[in-house]
Design a protein around this ligand. Sequence first.
Ligand SMILES: Nc1nc2c(ncn2[C@@H]2O[C@@H]3COP(=O)(O)O[C@H]3[C@H]2O)c(=O)[nH]1
Length: 624
Amino acid sequence: MTESEVQQTNTPNSKIKKFRKRIFHPITKKNKDEQQTSLLQEKKNKTEKPIRNEDYEATGFVIDPQDHLYQYWLGIISLAISYNFLLIPARYAFTELDKNYRYIWISLDYISDFIYLIDIFLQSRTGYFSHGLFVRNHHVLQRNYFLSRQFFAYDLLSIIPTDFLYFIPSFRFVSIIRSNRFIRVNRLSQFQELTESRTRFPNAFRIGVLSCLTLTLIHWNCCAYFLICEHLGFGSDEWVLPASAHNETVAMLYTYCFYWSTLLLSTIGDVPLPVTRSEYLFVLFDYMIGILIFATIIGNLGTMISTQNQSRQQVREKMDEIKRYMKFRSVNRKLESKVIKWLDYLYMNRQVLNEEMVLNSDLSIELRKDLAIKVHLDSLQQVKLFNDCEPNLLVELVTKLKPTFFGPGDYVCRKGDIGKEMYIIKRGQLGVVSDDGKTTFVVLKEGAVFGEISILNIPGSKNGSRRTANVKSLGYSDLYTLQKDDLWLVLDNYPESLAKIIEKGKSILRKDNLLDETLTDKKRHIEQDQLLSVQNRIKKLNDIDQSLNDRVTKFLNTYVDSVRLFKQQLSKLEYHYGARKPSISITSSVPSSTPSLPFFANQWKQQSASNILKYRSSSFLDVD
Ligand SMILES: Nc1nc2c(ncn2[C@@H]2O[C@@H]3COP(=O)(O)O[C@H]3[C@H]2O)c(=O)[nH]1
């Protein structure tokens, strides 16, 4: 930092500026949020490594987490995890089940372990976004993954081959020793989140997930009940399974225990009363879990139903509000029923209440464009006026369209009004009507365009930019509007299309005797003259700009020379009065009563700046 910069930051002025900033920009919630986000961003930037180009280069097989294949893989690993979640406790509780199908279970166990191993490999090859770019260098991905918490805390622990304990006689084929496989559960939740965000039926999916979760808990509880019964002895009291359970098949036993577990966890009750203390504790625990499960389920279902009805509810609230307002303002019955009918139509026919809001939500500009093209392009392609236009013009126009609605008898535009936009009919019928509105000259239908004449600045139009006819909505009509500025912005780049559209407008004007052909030619000549004079002026301005540049450069050179001269003079003076040696810095040795060099220099600068300004303004005055 130079001396003058240090001076500037510490001057009272800069302090006052800081103070004013603090006073006049109090910490609002928004500021606070911004601060927090910037803090988060800062933190993220600190944790995110600096950009290295080689990180983003593909060096081998890498999975893109946004790819469908990744989701399918998550589905496969979720199946393996669910298998362990369901079968490990079942095989441990129902030993018959384990014994009868041992070879099948062992094969499935190792298939699931194999899937776990593949998952480790695939995770080490899963790309991610850093600094907005996709990291696909597999060395970087591997290094990141194998040093991550995910690898050590979940994936490695879950694949430790605890099955070797089978060699110890007391653990022989005790499936519970494989329970470290549960640790991989976070992959299951990743699958759930990804599918939830991608599915077209999120509510159905959420209900499915809730049901699976509940069934899993009931299943575990069923296994725990069977284990307790076995431990206490079948038929030892009323609460446990009867002594005859010894002769039942595994399927029957499981069914009974599952039924019992469902009754208990759904808090329906109606099961034999516990007898021993441990039985009481178990039932108590089950009731508590049951309450939690059902509170969660009911809460989730409630939220889902209320969000589904949210838009309908909002509509109803809005309608009630308008009705209340009309009552308060004593609006007459006729108008009131018209407004209510209008609202009914509006809300019945527009599934999406605020199309603009949806299209302008958190989407990138490109996505918004794609969505607008998908939604509006079909309607625009039906518009005869744009039939011969270039396809790109339609794509550009699509993004500028705004939906609007009119009720029966509403005037969309009146003759003589200044035209600010044109309309495209999406649905409904409109009439070009006489001034009293009783005679309909033309009926405009779906795909027709109107209101273009007054915004196209058609040369020779007798009405200029005023509407040439009255247009009235015959029933309810859905229209798209296109603002004059937007249309011109697009048409400027498509002169051929512009010519065609103007020609079509002219033919309407000619039919209505609203086109002055002589005026067209005269106007064209005047416009050509105007264009020429504008071009000449631009040329002149360019020349002046060039000469100004040269003069300012000269001026600056003189300024630099003068400063140097001034410094030399000042040094000489100081030397003459014996204040210091000539080689020492000027500012440090200037006596406190003498103004310092920056002071003189600043004055000098200010003077030169005002001179330049004067000079410039005088040159500009010369232009005309
Ligand atoms: N003057 C006129 N306008 C029509 C006719 N048919 C449709 N229109 C449309 O009605 C619109 C009224 O506003 P504009 O003058 O801007 O543009 C007009 C035309 O687009 C017609 O026969 N005569």
